[in-house]
Design a protein around this ligand. Structure first.
Ligand code: NAD
Length: 502
């Protein structure tokens, strides 16, 4: 076992002192290779104090000086891309190209944040009344925190901190305790890029650490990405303590396949969107709604051999298309759902259970799984499984397919595959989801747009990154100025409109 991981507080790695540690596994081998410390509330308080002390100087810098650090950070991310991707793959299980892909998506947010001077531009109104002008500015909130999930240990933290830091906030990051090494490395590189101590702190931990962030009055805002169950708690506790909160949560993303769709393209799209990263993506497609039995039959026929041929293996094998799931508990949960699908009457076309990979017998592998004849009352339809399981639901009409998407409790992403512009336009207009693809299976917006779901996939008023991210991490201030400053008429006791003489 390599040495224990640390926190990163006040500009340096700090060993855990709580006495609580958790094993970090390589999911391909099932072996623990290190341990992560779980912070006590006192350790979190130390990080908060460091961020609070750093705030006046950092927020007082010109934005152009703040982003000079991010420009350097971007270069370091490129220089260390292979090393960081390997850390991701080793603890998450995803393939190296996929790990690098998420890092690149994170770098795009850094690039957006490098343009913050433009995004922070306020508005100015000349002469709102005689000799009176009004302008608005956006100012940072103070100390803000991010709590992130295991499935994108580099990209999701970078949805948050580049924008928050560029806007002048100081930050405390609480990454997932399941795969924390790559995230810790990002924070180290930020400091190599010249970030002053205390501006960015990382604490590892679980509920105790999170609860300190939620209740501590110094923390002004919380960004959370993770499951709906935890996100709902974070949102209500954070709001109760007067914080601004955005909680991006779980999903059950449907792809509607119309009878006129190019089925080969739809099948390729489904393979990547359902089984890429072993289905552990909040934008994974886990339900294919086939419109018409002919469409459904053709989909099943084309999908089946491809799923059976999926190369499942460790990230160290360059041929691997799909890695293991993150923990033994995830594997057990996913296999439990597969059994429930069988018990509740769905047709199991490809069963991913019982996969035995030579040399990796203790790895957390689940093969690609396909169900046909799934109905909307089954657990495999209602719940987020977060594994490589695709459910095909049959319907005879477009309207019922649309209704199905809209009736689901989650509304993160969705897609329609069709060659009919009318259907595509109707779908994008009427569907109840935050991110919609037309012949695009995983419509994750680029960094200068914003990411966020609807319904129980997001709690809060702001999406993440892009201009929504800038709004989330800043407060608006409107300033009204009179020059020359003399008031002619003595005290004024009533409101005046601009058109009156001032
Ligand atoms: P999770 O909810 O278990 O954990 C997320 C974070 O919350 C982690 O940092 C974890 O340590 C912390 N946490 C866990 N239990 C807690 C508790 N009881 N109290 C306080 N904090 C707690 O999520 P996960 O399993 O790491 O990630 C998978 C989930 O994240 C899926 O539901 C997925 O859909 C979702 N996700 C959503 C998005 C999105 O943008 N909507 C993106 C990625 C992942």
């Amino acid at each position: 076992m390599t040495e224990q991981l640390t926190h990163f507080i006040d500009g340096k790695r700090v060993p855990g002192t709580s006495g609580n540690f958790q094993d970090v596994f390589n999911p391909a081998t099932g072996e623990a290779h290190t341990q992560v410390p779980l912070a006590s509330s006192d350790e979190v308080k130390a990080a908060i104090a460091s961020a609070q002390a750093a705030f006046p100087a950092w927020s007082g810098l010109a934005p152009a000086k703040r982003v000079a650090v991010l420009f350097k950070f971007r270069e370091l991310l490129y220089a260390h891309a292979d090393e960081i991707s390997e850390l991701v793959s080793k603890e998450h299980g995803k393939t190296l190209p996929d790990a690098k892909g998420e890092l690149m998506r994170g770098i795009e947010v850094v690039e957006f944040a490098c343009g913050i001077p433009s995004a922070l531009k306020g508005e100015f109104s000349d002469s709102v009344a005689t000799n009176v002008d009004t302008h608005s500015i956006r100012q940072p909130l103070g100390v803000v925190a991010g709590i992130t999930p295991f499935n994108f240990p580099t990209m999701v933290p970078m949805w948050m901190f580049p924008v928050a830091l560029a806007a002048g906030n100081t930050f405390i990051l609480k990454p997932s305790e399941r795969d924390p090494s790559s995230t810790l490395r990002l924070v180290e590189l930020l400091h190599e890029a010249g970030l002053p101590k205390g501006v960015m702190n990382l604490i590892n931990g679980g509920k105790e650490a999170v609860d300190e962030l939620l209740s501590n009055p110094v923390v002004k805002a919380i960004s959370f990405v993770g499951s709906t169950q935890v996100g709902e708690y974070i949102y209500s506790e954070g709001c109760k303590h007067g914080k601004r909160v955005q909680a991006l949560c779980g999903a059950k993303n449907h792809m509607v396949v119309m009878p006129d769709a190019d089925l080969d393209k739809a099948v390729d799209a489904l393979m990547g969107a359902a089984y890429g990263s072993a289905g552990e993506r909040c934008m994974a497609i886990s339900v294919a709604v086939a419109v018409g039995d002919k469409t459904a039959d053709a989909l099943i026929e084309k999908l089946t051999p491809k799923i059976q041929a999926l190369k499942v293996g460790p990230y160290t094998d360059a041929e691997t298309e799909m890695g293991p799931v993150v923990t033994k508990e995830s594997k057990d949960r996913i296999e439990g759902y597969i059994q429930s699908g069988v018990d509740q009457g769905a047709k199991l076309v490809v069963d991913g259970r019982g996969l035995n990979l030579q040399g990796y017998e203790n790895g957390f592998f689940v093969g690609g799984t396909l169900f046909d004849d799934v109905t909307t009352d089954m657990d495999i339809y209602t719940d987020e499984i977060f594994g490589p399981v695709l459910a095909v639901v049959r319907t005879q009409e477009y309207e019922t397919a649309l209704q199905m998407v809209n009736d689901h409790e989650y509304g993160n992403g969705t897609a329609i595959f069709t060659q009919d512009g009318d259907a595509a336009r109707d779908f994008t207009t009427r569907v109840q989801a935050g991110m919609v693809g037309v012949n695009v299976p995983i419509p994750v917006p680029v960094a200068y747009h914003s990411f966020g779901g609807w319904k129980r996939s997001l709690f809060g008023d702001h999406d993440i990154h892009g201009m929504e991210g800038v709004r989330f991490y800043t407060k608006l201030k409107a300033i009204t100025t009179r020059w020359p400053s003399g008031i002619k008429d003595g005290a004024q006791f009533h409101f005046k409109a601009g058109k009156e003489d001032h």
